[in-house]
Design a protein around this ligand. Structure first.
Ligand SMILES: Cc1cc2nc3c(=O)[nH]c(=O)nc-3n(C[C@H](O)[C@H](O)[C@H](O)COP(=O)(O)O)c2cc1C
Length: 400
């Protein structure tokens, strides 16, 4: 089955938190993404959710106890511990974290956590004071030092009425962290990737701006793919419609000038720079400080060129640093992209056709070509943006 979790064997441990019901959604998304999921409910989790829901979602028997009769030897705990590609404990109670930190094996989940060599990802969920308690913090540090992974918790209103840290982080962030851990290709490990993403908004007055239709999807997917392949990722993001990966460092900006300043501060330390933002070519001269009032008369705006961030990267780049640009055009795409590649001294340009229902802005697919100096354009045809980002980083890794 295709999808981000295709053919992965995932053990989903659900423990006795008020957030246990959210594990149904997590199981469902994992299965939709192609995973084979075995849900394991602790005795206390079963006070909140029942095995039938997970059985319906996963199509597999849910494990509810250590000594229940095994229908098939397949789900015997050692064999599942061996086969699993990932153990995801979501939600993870303070108790389950404490037991894992101390090697306590008093139920199926805690026992199997000792037996597995698969990566273990905890998504903690608990009351703020429980989370901040020195014992819980020490247990988390112990587990991290042993190579376990954590995602969240989030902050906000908790079921106990308090507001603070401790909420189960939203399921999309948990799925994203699982996706990153499950990627076996780590060819960007140790590399720093700097990405610009989204649109820019150039103010006309305090309430209006000139913008564009960039959704930020390409930047998001580039960031996710770089994280999957082991890089550390910083995204300088203009306004966008999609959230950036939880594990990326994000610097939010609005205008092209702000974006350039943020890039300048971080460019020297990046190994790979990808200019995926749709930066406005022009900004408005002297934007009004007060809201412009309608007066029935024509309004002429004077525009001034914005800085060219990709060209800045081409000028500043040091030997060994890779710079990648994007060209989105409605016509003469390849000719324009070739010119841009040379003029801006880039190592690669991703040319996307704009226009048509499947193309560029806001879409999940792109008609794309990859251009590198001295080589004929590589045509990728209509390609899902997820697959495109994989191809981009394959080409980048080959250049490194
Ligand atoms: C209504 C209710 C909600 C609870 N929610 C949480 C929670 O979100 N996080 C947590 O660590 N413990 C929570 N607890 C306490 C745990 O259920 C308790 O520590 C239990 O021993 C956990 O067992 P387990 O880790 O084996 O599932 C809650 C208890 C009750 C009664």
């Amino acid at each position: 089955m295709a999808g981000p979790f295709a053919d992965k064997e995932i053990v989903l441990g659900v423990t006795g938190s008020i957030a246990a019901y959210k594990a149904c959604e997590i199981a469902s998304r994992l299965v939709e993404g192609g995973a084979r999921v075995t849900a394991v409910l602790t005795k206390n989790a079963q006070q909140f959710v029942g095995p039938a829901s997970f059985e319906a979602i996963t199509g597999r028997r849910t494990i509810t106890g250590m000594f229940e009769r095994l229908e098939t030897p397949e789900i015997e705990h050692i064999s599942l511990a061996r086969r699993a590609n990932l153990f995801l404990i979501a939600p993870a109670t303070a108790n389950s974290i404490a037991k894992a930190a101390h090697g306590i094996a008093d139920d199926w989940l805690s026992t199997t956590l000792l037996a597995t060599r698969a990566p273990v990802l905890f998504a903690p969920a608990m009351n703020t004071h429980m989370y901040q308690h020195a014992a819980t913090q020490a247990n988390i540090q112990t587990l991290k030092a042993r190579g376990c992974y954590f995602v969240g918790p989030g902050s906000g209103a908790l079921a106990c009425g308090e507001i603070g840290e401790g909420r189960l982080i939203d399921p999309p962030a948990i799925l994203e962290a699982a996706n990153i851990l499950l990627c076996e290709k780590k060819d960007l490990a140790g590399k720093k990737v700097l990405i610009t993403s989204g649109a820019t908004h150039e103010p006309l007055d305090p309430v209006r701006f000139i913008g564009n239709r960039s959704s930020g999807k390409m930047g998001r997917m580039l960031a996710l793919e770089a994280l999957r392949r082991g890089a550390s990722v910083t995204v300088v993001s203009g306004p966008a419609h999609v959230p950036l990966p939880y594990d990326a460092a994000v610097i939010n900006v609005k205008t092209a000038q702000e974006m350039l300043e943020a890039v300048k501060e971080r460019f020297a330390e990046a190994d790979i720079f990808i200019a995926a933002a749709a930066v406005a070519d022009y900004r408005i001269d002297n934007p009004a400080e007060e809201k412009h009032k309608r007066n029935g008369e024509a309004l002429t705006l004077s525009l001034t060129p914005n800085p060219d961030i990709a060209a800045y990267a081409g000028i500043q780049k040091r030997p060994g640093q890779i710079t990648v640009g994007f060209a989105a055009e409605t016509h003469d795409l390849i000719a324009y992209a070739e010119e841009k590649l040379a003029k801006k001294n880039l190592d690669m340009i991703v040319a996307n056709q704009v226009g048509g229902e499947n193309c560029a802005f806001g879409s999940d697919t792109a008609w794309a070509w990859l251009l590198t100096p001295g080589n004929p354009p590589e045509q990728l045809h209509l390609i899902a943006k997820e697959e495109l980002t994989g191809r981009i980083f394959d080409a980048v890794a080959a250049l490194l």
